[in-house]
Ligand binder design. Sequence first.
Ligand code: C2E
Ligand code: MG
Ligand code: MG
Length: 461
Amino acid sequence: MAQVELVAGKAGMHQEEARLEALAATGILDTAPEANFDAITRLAAEYFKADTVLLGFGDESRVWIKSSWGEPVRELPRKHSIFERVLAEDGPVVVPNVEDDAEFSRVRLPLRRIEAQSFASAPVRSGDGKILGTLTIFSCQPRRPMAITELHTLESLAEIVAGQLELRRLRKAYSGHRGRLERNAERVTGIWPRKSDLREALDQRQFVLYYQPEVELATRRIIGMEALIRWQHPDRGLIPPMDFIPIAEETGLILQIGDWGLSEVCQQIQQWRDENPGRPAPRVCVNLSARQFSREGLADHVEALLRRTGVSSQQIGLEMTESSLIPDPGTALEVLTSLRRLGVSLLMDDFGTGYSSLNHLHTLPFDVLKIDRSFVMRMDEGKQPQQIVRTIVELARTMGMDVVAEGIETSEQYNLLRQLGCRVGQGFLFSRPVPAEAMSAMLRLPGRILPDPARPQTAAT
Ligand code: C2E
Ligand code: MG
Ligand code: MG
């Protein structure tokens, strides 16, 4: 077969070595299967109504199955495998009916219990394009030929696998780097802020909330907003959250800061309600950090606060990143369920950047998914990043969740997101986070519709 020659030829050998190096760099073959891979295969199975889905990575002679849905296979010879065929095609392979495929008689199906009649397989590539593995869906029935959008979805899922590999590598590199940085910072400068600085900031009421609108993309109508904390320091000026939230978190002061934030938001909602009689107050979303989340009785605390301030639970959203849920997934489900019962919205923040996004998405009762800024940022770079966003939007739709795109900065990103069916977004293109008074002015705009960013005019802020 031509494809086998390609691998055996001299150029092929070179390519093969580079591919194996890329595979080794991921460290994927030495570690146990990861939960997020299971989530990806499970989602692919649901999305395509497949009988089996396999995610495997191949070295020079074997294919290692890192996740399978419906089959207990773990290791296979590479020869005559689907992986080899994807390598040879240097791209996806779709076989709607194995009986019609002359070459396919030479490709061994990695299934023991079921007879697959059709399959589609997309490559998992390293950052520089080398094929490291495949994501393959199998069906016991011959399939109708695959629509191009379906194939794109399969490829996007395979890309999410690749993204996970990259994150895995970065995480490893970063943890070493961060350890060094922290030790250096301590030695050279001493840490600022200290716990006492934060406590003083609380006492002196130096924290402020800024608000960034969430906009319905089709109309540019403000439908909600996100509250983002800043520290108005008397000498150092306005300090962004990333410079103090991690320390607040570490020292435990985040609990008091978080309580302050929630009650501040409730008071602000009341004020906007008074200023806009007869108009619905938009939902305000608050970021919760890990400690707040794992605190006993979070739902009781929120309920008491709502009762005390007379704010309806529908007006509050709580944003959490996956990393804040990780310490204890069992409790996470319990806490989220009780918050959901109260009627507050639950938003998964920074979706796509965590350890096991798909897993959490699947098991926890979130109602909104916020696509991380890093994906939106790369959208103008080409088809692949767009495919990732498209897949996230489609997956969310399949699961009955709403999607908010974060960090929209350009008209191009805005237009693309609309084309991809993303309903809601936020970003500097519409407005930066602004103080409460500036947000009040935006809420007074006719229909609460923000100006068209493509036609520059005096901004409402
Ligand atoms: P996040 O929740 O993902 O918030 C979005 C961040 O993206 C905000 O940064 C916002 O200013 C920024 N952003 C929004 N649109 C754009 C855009 O178009 N381009 C760019 N480059 N950035 C954009 P910010 O305010 O610095 O907050 C950073 C993070 O700090 C937040 O990320 C959140 O995780 C955390 N945070 C903020 N406020 C609170 C809080 O009250 N409590 C807790 N626990 N964490 C908070
Ligand atoms: Mg957020
Ligand atoms: Mg975010």
